[in-house]
Design a protein around this ligand. Structure first.
Ligand code: PMP
Length: 386
């Protein structure tokens, strides 16, 4: 019988340095959220926890701006929201239209490919959005069953306009799916007004909670399609009707589905409470105002946003062009040594940009000015080495 000694590393304390998280996520946890992480666990069907889940559902309806009954949180990170949406809303033989403005459209297409679903992509060059008229035309011509749009693509910093896409979807019998992982709470979104049939997000960006839950909402049209599927959803864990029952969305007696990540649900409730206290529209306005602070500070330091059209910039995640002759990695590394994270590009934007996330509590004038000062000094230091 082989036996292993206890790993030496585990006999030491864990090292977790304090960090200012100004990358694309996770963002910093607000104190009111961090406090919840040491609260006692409750059983996942205890009445007090059921009450907390109910509060979370109300908070999510508030921030998604929807009356959808099937509004809850999937246990998992943003990707679990994406997978949950797609495995429920797509069936073999369906056609899927993906609006691609960066990595997240590619990821949605990749998931559909794995499911054997036919995908058509309509793409924009990086740093730009797809004109809404082109999307409407593609819907009319291709007649997809499902249309995917990422509202805020964290690989490019572009905010894709969504207006009237939902109308085109209704007109041509498609469902409308939107990724708001990097945008919810930081830029305007209203599921019902935009006629969105499914929207998902994540906890670790504007909400300032730890990663681990994916808020999601399904319209009645979406639920009808799921109920009338020819084949059962291939995933038990992501079955929207099962999850909806567990979250109390269908008015039936709750069945055990899985053990919710109790502490992360506490964190999400605290995050939603913070947004309710500030007001969702006030939160969005603050992100917009502080994006201006960031643009001015960049300009003052001779730096340029990657997304040229200001109307298409995601207010809570700004991409910045790496100046000629500067090593982006060296700069980001220097900043991290100073306790502040910003990130390089992702996918096709690697090497070309930095990504600065100003999510939730990090959307703050003084903090933003400090980050840009540190960025500018770090660039100067790396340049003086050459
Ligand atoms: N969509 C977008 C727009 C994202 O920015 C991310 C995370 N960066 C995801 C989906 C996936 O989320 P997660 O990493 O939490 O799985």
């Amino acid at each position: 019988m082989s036996s292993r000694a206890p790993p030496k590393a585990l006999l030491q304390d864990m090292v977790v340095p304090p960090r200012q998280l100004f990358g694309p996520g996770p963002s910093n946890m607000a104190d009111s959220i961090a406090e919840t992480q040491s609260k006692s666990l409750l059983g996942h069907l205890h009445p007090e926890f059921v009450q907390i889940m109910g509060d979370v559902r109300l908070g999510l309806q508030y921030i998604f701006k929807t009356d959808n009954n099937y509004t809850f949180a999937v246990s998992g990170t943003g990707h679990s929201g994406m997978e949950c949406a797609m495995v429920n809303l797509l069936e073999p033989g369906d056609r899927f239209l993906v609006v691609e403005i960066g990595l997240w459209g590619q990821r949605a297409a990749d998931l559909a490919n794995r499911m054997g679903i036919e995908v058509k992509k309509i793409s924009a060059p990086h740093g730009k959005a797809v004109p809404v008229e082109d999307i409407r035309k593609a819907i009319a011509e291709y007649k997809p069953n499902l249309v995917f749009v990422c509202q805020g693509d964290s690989s490019t910093g572009v905010a894709q306009p969504l207006e009237t896409i939902g109308d085109a979807c209704r007109e041509h019998g498609a469902l409308f799916l939107v990724d708001t992982v990097a945008s919810l709470g930081g830029t305007p979104f209203a599921a019902d007004d935009l006629k969105v049939d499914c929207v998902y997000s994540a906890t670790q960006k504007v909400l300032n909670a730890p990663p681990g839950l994916a808020p999601i909402s399904f319209s009645d049209r979406a639920i009808e399609k799921i109920r009338n599927r020819k084949q059962r959803v291939a995933s038990f864990y992501f079955d929207a009707l099962e999850l909806g029952n567990y979250w109390g969305c269908d008015g039936e007696l709750k069945r055990y589905h899985h053990t919710a990540p109790i502490s992360t649900v506490y964190a999400l409730r605290a995050a939603l409470s913070a947004i309710a206290k500030e007001g969702i529209d006030e939160s969005i306005q603050r992100h917009k105002d502080n994006a201006q602070v960031l643009y001015s500070a960049l300009k003052k330091n001779g730096l340029e946003p990657f997304v040229e059209d200001e109307k298409l910039r995601l207010p809570c995640l700004t991409t910045v062009k790496v100046p000629e002759g500067v090593d982006w990695k060296d700069v980001a590394g220097k900043m991290l040594t100073n306790g502040t994270e910003i990130a390089g590009g992702l996918g096709a934007t690697v090497g070309k940009i930095w990504r600065i996330g100003t999510f939730g509590i990090n959307s703050n004038k003084t903090k933003i000015e400090n980050v840009v000062e540190l960025l500018s000094n770090s660039i100067k230091e790396t340049r003086s080495k050459i």
